[in-house]
Structure formats: structure tokens, C-alpha cells
Design a protein around this ligand. Sequence first.
Ligand code: ADP
Ligand code: MG
Length: 151
Amino acid sequence: MKPNLILLAADGSEPSQKALDYAVLLAKSAPAKLLVLHVQKRHGRESIPPELAELERIEHIRVTEAEVLHGVAETVAATAEQQARAKGVAETGRVVVEGDPAREIIAAAKANNADTIVIGSRGLGDLEGLLLGSVSHKVAQAAPCTCVIVR
Ligand SMILES: Nc1ncnc2c1ncn2[C@@H]1O[C@H](COP(=O)(O)OP(=O)(O)O)[C@@H](O)[C@H]1O
Ligand SMILES: [Mg+2]
């Protein structure tokens, strides 16, 4: 069964990077379209990368929390999509939505008729020792299609 549309859940973490590499291999060999999805959290200034916080400090840019979070979210998705293209995937797309990551990943898989979800086993969370993060755990349970958890 050849995949037609692969949904990559990207959060900018190291494991998510490995998932990207796997999704790229799969997309190229099928060949299939690769859709990158990043779910922007509603709150959480702690998710702002230190470089961006530093830039804000130096440039005295006054931006609202929502603007910063949206900028970060767009960057995570755009970076992953550009990487996929640079690695040779012909057909790519990207989506940024806001909400609960697992819920939105499942919803996007259904809405876009994805046949494969590719997701990292862990993400940005720092609960050491866990084999699966809560997002990958929930998505694996509720996925409407094949779900590849990349380790
Ligand atoms: N906000 C998000 N948007 C898109 N994908 C995500 C998001 N958060 C996590 N993921 C996906 O889920 C994988 C596992 O992350 P997660 O379950 O959050 O683990 P952790 O608890 O270590 O952060 C990530 O590698 C990524 O593929
Ligand atoms: Mg996480």
C-alpha cells in the first residue's frame, strides 16, 4: 500500500527531526506529498527559543505573547518544510494550527485524508526516562491511519 499523503508532526525537537528524515525517505520512495503540521500551543512563553528572547531584548521589540508564539510556530513549520524540499521531496505543504497537539494532529490527518502520520517518539518535553511523549502516545491510540513513531 503506497502512501499518497504523509502528515509529519513537527515540533522542532531532535526526535521530530528524526521523524522528518524518515518522512522524507517515505515521501520520496512512494512518491507521496509531505504535509508538515505544527500545532501552536495557546500559552507558554517558555516555549520561546532563547535566541528569540535575546533578539527581543537587544532590539527592544515589543511584541505580544501571541505574536511571538505565532512567529515561532510559523518558523518551526517553514523550517521543516524547507528541509523536506532541500532533501528532495517534490510536493510539500505546511499547516500551522492552534490548540491541543494530539487532537489537532488527528483532526488534520482526517481533514487532509492522510494515509500515514509520521511522528517522533519524544519531543521537547524534559521528562527523562519516558519512552513515549504524551502527544505521540495519544496520536498512536487515536490515529485514523497508519502511524509511524520514529525512534
Ligand atoms: N505542538 C506540536 N505540533 C506538532 N507535532 C508535535 C507537537 N508536539 C509534539 N509533536 C510530535 O510528537 C512527537 C512527540 O512529542 P511529545 O509527545 O510532545 O513528547 P515530549 O513529551 O517529549 O515533548 C514529536 O517528536 C513531534 O513529532
Ligand atoms: Mg511535547
